[in-house]
Write a protein that binds this ligand. Structure first.
Ligand SMILES: [Zn+2]
Ligand SMILES: [Zn+2]
Length: 451
């Protein structure tokens, strides 16, 4: 409508304010909580078995997760899919006689064995056989995946593809960044060709200190990386000279939003389990870390849609009731456990931050291949409080904001000794983060309501 005569300034400003307020309250809050058909689904997206370097059989591993209150599990062996006929020597297999005897005790009617030149062999069950036997509709879902295990020089570069049909070969490349980008491109091409939503995430960047924040910043097509991996050898917390995965996360998101027209990267927590027979120990074991994904149905398509929309959180023990984003604020509520107290931190980067950085120099005076040192403006703690619920109100200049909940309770079987139980809330764009048309401010930075 076009007013015939200009309104008094104060009245027009008042109307604009009312109009804006109505807009804000009518639509754009994004509430992540279980309601109606929406449920939180607990899942682990990084799992090894006898198909590569794990020490148990797919069906035994699936039963472990089913018995421990998980809703879904992605098998991700190194550069292989469990789709072919494969026999292994029982004694030479990683789990040896022990895993075999346990398998026979658990599945007496199902184990196929034979003797070859006096050696006992067992057939590894394929994914389709295991899924048919163990999965339960609407209760427990198995997803076929692969850990694309690539490298650049001596740096291991591993990326998990979840929900794949055909094995994906590592693509290689001439830098750490290029290796990742080429594998991403390959997965995106297959996804486009087949129409099957395959999700790819970067694993354990600090394993072998292979992947730096700078390597990750310009990645096109990557929306996920592991902020917490349960394997005790992956250095989630970094070292004196090396950035932690959380520090990497903040650098990556700040630079992706400010220097590039790229969406926020989300943080996953996974087990990366290899060892299933002596829990707890300091080996890489199941049950250390997982994601909670909000979706109406338990299917690979629905889970991946929610993950890509940021409708999930990562955790190694802390459970959340709700995560509510509005144009003005971000609110987190903990599903508190008796005897525990919680610290809720809101972390982000504000406009006007100091973007300078310098390299890390080793004892020999040479620059280290590692994430550079940035100012404390990047990934700064915006607010910290004790309690089971906290709201952060945007001040207007936040580029993005994320939250982390830390319990007073130790992790019972951590990746690194001394880890507390934590939950990582996904970053949302702040009012100061809208750079391009492809990003939506405040209401979740790409977090969209599911249909
Ligand atoms: Zn790996
Ligand atoms: Zn792995």
């Amino acid at each position: 409508m076009t007013p015939k005569a200009p309104m008094p300034k104060s009245l027009s400003a008042g109307l604009v304010f009312l109009f804006a307020a109505a807009l804000q309250s009518s639509a754009v809050a994004d509430e992540l909580k279980a309601t109606g058909d929406l449920r939180w689904h607990r899942g682990n997206m990084h799992t090894h078995s006898h198909w590569s370097d794990g020490d148990d059989y797919l069906e035994a591993i699936a039963m472990w997760y089913r018995d421990h209150d998980y809703d879904f599990l992605v098998f991700t062996d190194h550069n292989v899919l469990p789709t072919t006929e494969r026999w292994v020597d029982v004694e030479k297999s990683k789990g040896g006689r022990k895993a075999f005897d346990k398998l026979k005790a658990k599945f007496p009617d199902w184990v196929e064995e034979r003797e070859t030149e006096g050696r006992l062999e067992v057939r590894l069950r394929r994914f389709d056989e295991v899924s048919e036997r163990i999965a339960v509709p609407d209760e427990f879902l198995l997803i076929q995946g692969e850990e694309i295990s690539d490298k650049y020089e001596s740096y291991p570069i591993h990326m998990n593809a979840s929900h794949v049909r055909e094995v994906l070969k590592p693509r290689g490349g001439n830098s750490v960044h290029e290796v990742m980008q080429r594998n991403l491109d390959a997965v995106m091409a297959v996804r486009k060709e087949t129409g099957q939503p395959t999700m790819i995430h970067l694993n354990h960047p600090n394993f072998g200190y292979a992947v730096t924040a700078e390597d990750m910043v310009p990645l096109v097509g990557e929306r996920f990386f592991e902020v917490y991996n349960g394997h005790p050898g992956v250095h989630n917390s970094g070292s004196e000279q090396r950035a932690s995965t959380e520090r990497i996360w903040d650098i990556v998101n700040t630079k992706r939003l400010v220097d590039f027209d790229l969406p926020l990267m989300y943080g996953l927590a996974t087990d990366d389990g290899h060892s299933y027979h002596n829990i707890p120990s300091r080996a890489s074991e199941p049950g250390r870390a997982w994601v909670m994904v909000l979706a109406e149905t338990l299917s690979p398509e629905a889970l991946i849609e929610s993950l890509e929309a940021g409708r999930f959180y990562a955790t190694n023990g802390v459970m959340l009731k709700s995560i509510i984003t509005t144009p003005k604020s971000l609110t987190v509520e903990v599903g508190a456990k008796p005897g525990e107290t919680y610290t809720i931190d809101f972390i982000g980067t504000r406009k006007g931050f100091d973007p300078s950085s310098k390299p890390v120099v080793g004892d020999d005076g040479k620059e280290l291949h590692t994430t550079r040192v940035y100012s404390a403006d990047i990934g700064t703690t915006l607010q910290s409080s004790e309690g089971e619920k906290a709201t952060y109100t945007f001040q207007g200049d936040e580029i993005y904001v994320r939250a982390r909940v830390t319990s007073s309770a130790d992790h019972p079987n951590p990746s690194e000794i001394g880890d507390k139980q934590q939950a990582w809330v996904q970053p949302v764009m702040g009012p100061g983060g809208a750079k391009s048309a492809s990003q939506e401010p405040a209401t979740g930075g790409g977090r969209r309501k599911s249909k």
